[in-house]
Design a protein around this ligand. Sequence first.
Ligand code: ADP
Ligand SMILES: Nc1ncnc2c1ncn2[C@H]1C[C@H](O)[C@@H](COP(=O)(O)O)O1
Length: 221
Amino acid sequence: MNLREKYNIPHDSVITIAGTVGVGKSTMTHALAEALNFRTSLEKVDTNPYLDKFYHDFKRWSFHLQVYFLAERFKEQKRIFEYGGGFIQDRSIYEDTGIFAKMHYEKGTMTATDYETYRNLFDAMVMTPYFPHPHLLIYLEGSLDDVVGRIKERGRPMEQQTPVSYWEEMHSRYENWINSFNACPILRINISDYDLVNDESSIESILEKVGVFINHSRHLQ
Ligand SMILES: Nc1ncnc2c1ncn2[C@@H]1O[C@H](COP(=O)(O)OP(=O)(O)O)[C@@H](O)[C@H]1O
Ligand SMILES: Nc1ncnc2c1ncn2[C@H]1C[C@H](O)[C@@H](COP(=O)(O)O)O1
């Protein structure tokens, strides 16, 4: 019996991993996909034509970057559902608007007109009855110190030059965002409760929670 069967996780499940920058979404995405023999939908950083420019000048590039991310994630969402599920997705589409676009608008690094245009586009594409939501959103949470430590350890140059206050603002926004999120069922996992880097077997405790949770919530849908 494989791990997916052991923990009774349906083969067509779509699980999205949410959480602030550096919290461990990509690591979790790879570990869960490997354990379940699922496909991954990854957030590509190296090929993003705006990200580096954006970190150097938020005002100039925030709208371009949001439109780019929205298009990329929407294409991925389409791919996931064309395959009939069986995917782990690195970051949800909901965070683009609920965290990033909103934060840049409220901090004055995206204009009101650009924000409204972006929101209209997002609502027309995503917040419709035709848009399939994931079966489960796994929310990874951790302390600001741990998260900032991981961003430093990972060492992406554009993120190193960004002041810690940016990560602090994002961290607190994530807490508020998840507390009112209701587009799909949520499983909250604290990063201090597992260690996928040093203890590969810790994925099993997560699979167990996912199995119980996903069956319960899919039964109710
Ligand atoms: N459980 C863990 N324990 C220790 N370090 C971790 C753990 N998970 C991820 N990391 C490290 O933290 C950094 C950020 O992880 P990553 O998965 O890239 O985060 P995200 O995709 O959320 O930005 C990487 O350097 C990664 O190796
Ligand atoms: N929607 C977004 N707006 C601005 N920046 C974003 C958005 N989505 C992701 N990012 C940034 C944050 C990180 O620097 C990289 C990758 O995110 P990660 O959480 O490390 O996977 O892209």
